[in-house]
Design a protein around this ligand. Structure first.
Ligand code: SAH
Length: 346
């Protein structure tokens, strides 16, 4: 028998499920609060529920939880978790401390199918997609361990969020619900490598989150050499989808640009990039690439990154260099999971 994954249900779904067990709707709402506001990890903690009902519930349903397999704390306060799921798979989350609050970077999949040539997360391919409740559990477990409120979320960990569309959307609905942890959509960013049809679908959802697009190159030849997804959805289709997204939502789009020495960091690239994004309300985030094992890419040096930024600004663009946090604890996507895999393979 398949267990019902309780933490993955949105409030209306949970209420309907609890009613299907012969209970009144209010019990569903109470249980939703236990799971998402109080973030309990065991049925016995739901102290206002009848014992017999909890027994019946625990025979049919599970609360999705994870355990801390490893934890690293950086000198700058960044905390990186390697979480173990009940099936033995591992994922990563990172908590970053900013002046405006704590931000968590969550994984949405175990591994990734996208194949970006600079990314550690995709090296073993996609193992499986996470449930909505498992993504919630990353936030709850990290908040509990850090002991401070987490106020912002970026979906920029392992996996491609738009490749796990329905579960990610349920996660967003649950995590922003005011009967739960209540993290507003304005404090959430979703990052995608550019799955065009899903960007179009997301535009229709009417969510107030920030869309972040991993662009990394201003033309097809260069982008395809770095990201196989570009063969399916080339730059012109991606940018058209972004422009349509912007028109529909009125939200500024954030473009990630990982700078690779001698590859995408030339003055000509800056000019092509400015031309490509002209007229769009966009923010360009420049990140010196984090070299990962087995990749031929190395990071552009600081002067090149800064010159690139200045050139974009002179061309009327909005560009900043991303502050690097946690570099002493290999906090780039997927690095910790790869390290842990290497150790267990030995
Ligand atoms: N799949 C999504 C989200 C996860 S990756 C996406 O592609 O956007 C989060 C960000 O980290 C992306 O912008 C990704 O391109 C970038 N990234 C991955 N590996 C990196 C590396 N080695 N150095 C710098 N950025 C990297």
């Amino acid at each position: 028998m398949e267990y019902v994954q309780l933490t993955s249900l949105t409030e209306p779904q949970l209420v309907a499920y609890i009613q299907s067990l012969g209970q009144p709707a209010f019990r569903g709402r109470q249980i939703y609060k236990w799971l998402h506001e109080k973030q309990v990890t065991d049925f016995s903690q739901m102290t206002d529920q009848p014992k017999a009902f909890l027994e019946k519930l625990s025979e049919a349903a599970v609360i999705e939880t994870l355990t801390i397999a490893r934890k690293q704390v950086s000198k700058d306060g960044t905390v990186k978790y390697l979480f173990r799921l009940p099936d033995g798979n591992c994922i990563e989350s990172v908590v970053m401390r900013y002046s405006y609050g704590n931000t968590i970077c969550v994984s949405t999949e175990v591994g990734c199918a996208m194949g970006c040539r600079f990314c550690a997360s995709t090296q073993g391919g996609l193992v499986r997609r996470l449930t909505a409740g498992e993504i919630c559990a990353e936030v709850y477990a990290a908040q509990k361990d850090v002991g401070e409120r987490i106020s912002n979320i970026v979906l920029m960990g392992i996996g491609e969020p738009l490749d796990n569309y329905n579960n990610v959307l349920d996660f967003l609905r649950i995590i922003s619900s005011d009967h739960g942890i209540n993290i507003g959509m304005r404090n959430i960013s979703l990052s995608t490598c550019g799955l065009v049809p899903k960007i179009a679908e997301l535009a229709q959802e009417g969510l107030g989150l920030t869309l972040s697009v991993s662009l990394h190159a201003p033309n097809n030849a260069l982008r395809s050499s770095m990201m196989p997804v570009n063969d399916a959805y080339p730059v012109e289709e991606l940018i058209a989808a972004c422009r349509a997204y912007q028109q529909k939502t009125g939200r500024r789009i954030s473009f990630e640009y990982a700078m690779v020495k001698g590859v995408n960091d030339t003055p000509a690239c800056a000019e092509e990039l400015a031309h490509l994004l002209r007229g769009m309300s966009a923010h360009i985030n420049l990140i010196p690439i984090n070299p990962v094992d087995g990749s031929q890419y190395s990071a552009s040096d600081a002067k090149n990154v800064n010159d690139f930024k200045e050139r974009l600004i002179a061309l009327g663009m909005n560009a900043t260099v991303r502050r690097r946090l946690g570099t002493d604890i290999s906090a780039a996507c997927g690095q910790l999971r790869q390290e842990a895999k290497g150790e267990s393979d030995q």
